[in-house]
Design a protein around this ligand. Structure first.
Ligand SMILES: Cc1cc2nc3c(=O)[nH]c(=O)nc-3n(C[C@H](O)[C@H](O)[C@H](O)COP(=O)(O)OP(=O)(O)OC[C@H]3O[C@@H](n4cnc5c(N)ncnc54)[C@H](O)[C@@H]3O)c2cc1C
Length: 494
């Protein structure tokens, strides 16, 4: 009997991690990717001697990568680097820059004169966040669910003391612990990673501050984030996994409760025993399988994470007033957060994140130069479909950044690339340009999120940001483990 064959549609991180796990178990894996390069959102842009990571620039829960490579008996094929400080925060109107350290003693120094008894308060706050993380990790995140009842039963085993957190917002939880706006704002930035704001994100997600500040911190990779993809591709090659680029799946065929083939833009068909979809799990069901629950009308009613507006700048000169990971915030946090989802014009006085990889990886820029990656979260294309005003946002950010770091960025630009949500949508088939996929409100997690196993077709599975457990690099790696479990049980290979 021959080994089982698996076709994976898409070569994002969820796909690559799944291909690794399956190929080391003896499955014969073939990947079809619409782009000319693997990685999906974890991708690379090379221009005029500069190299940019286009999306993810750091991650938490590094041990999920270690688990992935341990599980296949290989050493980790890239070098993890822990961030210290985790990041810096610049607030409009304040000359000081906050360095956010994991060491709470050092962090207390940063908030001296701003938040009395910071360390004592932070330890109490993090204790609650730690408890909820460990009480839910294996019951909600690292588990396959086959029914809503099963999910609710698993949730029911989470200690009752966490219940009030279901009814508070992220911000309200912070208000219970801290007095200063600065600490509350800085500790709430992580809510934007879930694609929402701290004012509409449930308080349970304060657990992310535990993962960031106490548990495992933040990490990136020596030489740039794309080294993750390069490292995995080397191992996949060794196991005979084949990747076909510039191949977009345009339709699918099914019969007798099974997916039988997927077809590309040239009408070429690909068959296999098992299929894994790494394109958006909600969109795929509506667009290719015609599922009513995921029609455009229904998809538009779901909660989607904010869209990215990204700028990549190659700069002549070294910018002294900037670090590797930086947030630049305005002075109207709540007002900004309240309107950011709803505005159909480009944000005024935008809040943005700047990553300068060349600070730690000089090979990403020519000598004496810096590479800047700027990310400004904006509404998805349901709210703001048109980006004719993109230039005004670019100019505003460059102007603001230049004045805050006291460096003439505008007149030292050697190269510039801008991706609006329109490009993000078309590059990777991201629904309405949403950057992180489906949001993580309590009605869109666990069994309420599009499942990683198709409802009707027995040999069809999903991995990636919009299926379970959710979005983010370590989380899609967990997702690959969850579908391996299912495929091994339901379609064992020789
Ligand atoms: C700007 C930005 C910044 C981010 N920053 C971070 C960060 O700092 N840390 C972090 O942990 N996470 C971050 N994320 C989130 C993270 O990138 C994602 O959660 C993760 O990469 C999603 O991986 P995925 O497996 O869903 O695959 P995706 O990246 O979505 O890849 C899917 C692949 O499928 C391909 N595809 C789609 N449809 C088809 C089709 N029909 N035929 C063939 N191929 C198809 C696409 O081209 C793509 O290559 C960021 C995301 C963005 C956009």
């Amino acid at each position: 009997m021959a080994n089982k064959t698996v076709t994976i549609v898409g070569a994002g991180l969820g796909s690559l991690a799944t291909a690794l796990r399956l190929s080391y178990k003896g499955y014969q894996v073939h990947i079809l990717e619409k782009q000319e390069r693997a990685g999906g959102r974890l991708n690379l842009l090379e221009k005029d001697g500069f190299t940019f990571d286009i999306g993810p620039s750091f991650f938490s829960m590094s041990y999920e990568f270690r688990e992935l490579f341990d599980s296949i008996g290989e050493p980790i094929p890239f070098e993890l680097v822990e961030l210290n400080p985790l990041y810096t925060v610049n607030m409009a109107g304040q000359d000081r820059v906050f360095q956010i350290y994991k060491d709470l003693g050092k962090l207390a120094e940063e908030f001296k004169g701003i938040e009395d008894d910071f360390e004592v308060k932070a330890r109490k706050y993090l204790k609650g966040a730690r408890e909820i993380f460990h009480d839910t990790e294996y019951k909600v995140i690292k588990k396959n669910f086959d029914s809503i009842l099963g999910f609710l039963m698993s949730m029911a085993t989470v200690p009752m003391k966490h219940l009030p957190k279901m009814f508070r917002t992220f911000w309200e939880e912070l208000e219970r612990h801290f007095d200063s706006e600065e600490v509350k704002i800085i500790f709430s930035l992580v809510a934007f990673f879930l694609g929402a704001t701290p004012f509409n994100t449930p308080s349970v997600y304060n657990l992310l501050n535990y993962t960031e500040l106490e548990h495992d911190g933040y990490w990136n990779v020596k030489g740039g984030m794309y080294k993750i993809v390069d490292g995995i591709l080397g191992l996949l090659d060794k196991k005979g996994v084949t990747i076909q680029y510039n191949t977009e799946i345009k339709s699918v065929k099914h019969n007798g409760g099974k997916l039988t083939s997927v077809m590309d833009q040239n009408g070429k068909e690909y068959s296999s025993d098992v299929f894994v979809i790494n394109a958006d799990a909600a969109w795929f069901r509506g667009h290719f399988l015609g599922r009513k629950k995921y029609s455009v009308e229904k998809l538009d009613k779901l909660e989607w994470t904010l869209a990215p507006f990204t700028i990549y700048l190659g700069i002549k000169g070294q910018i002294p007033g900037i670090h590797h990971h930086n947030y630049f915030l305005g002075d109207n946090f709540k007002g900004y957060a309240d309107t950011i989802f709803r505005s159909s014009v480009a944000p005024k006085k935008p809040y943005y994140y700047v990553n300068v990889a060349s600070k730690s990886n000089p090979e990403c820029a020519p000598e004496g130069c810096e590479n800047l990656f700027i990310l400004c979260p904006v509404p998805d294309r349901r709210v703001k479909p048109n980006w004719d005003d993109a230039d005004s946002l670019v100019d505003e950010i460059i102007e603001d950044l230049g004045s805050r770091v006291k460096f003439d960025i505008k007149n030292n630009i050697l190269t510039k690339v801008v991706y609006t949500p329109i490009e993000w949508e078309s590059m990777f088939n991201l629904y309405r340009g949403s950057g992180l996929g489906l949001a993580h409100g309590l009605n869109q997690i666990g069994a309420f999120r599009p499942s990683n196993k198709d409802e009707e077709l027995d040999n069809l599975y999903y991995v990636g940001a919009s299926t379970t457990p959710g979005t983010g690099l370590p989380i899609v790696v967990i997702g690959s483990k969850l579908i391996l479990e299912r495929i091994e049980n339901e379609h064992p290979t020789v």
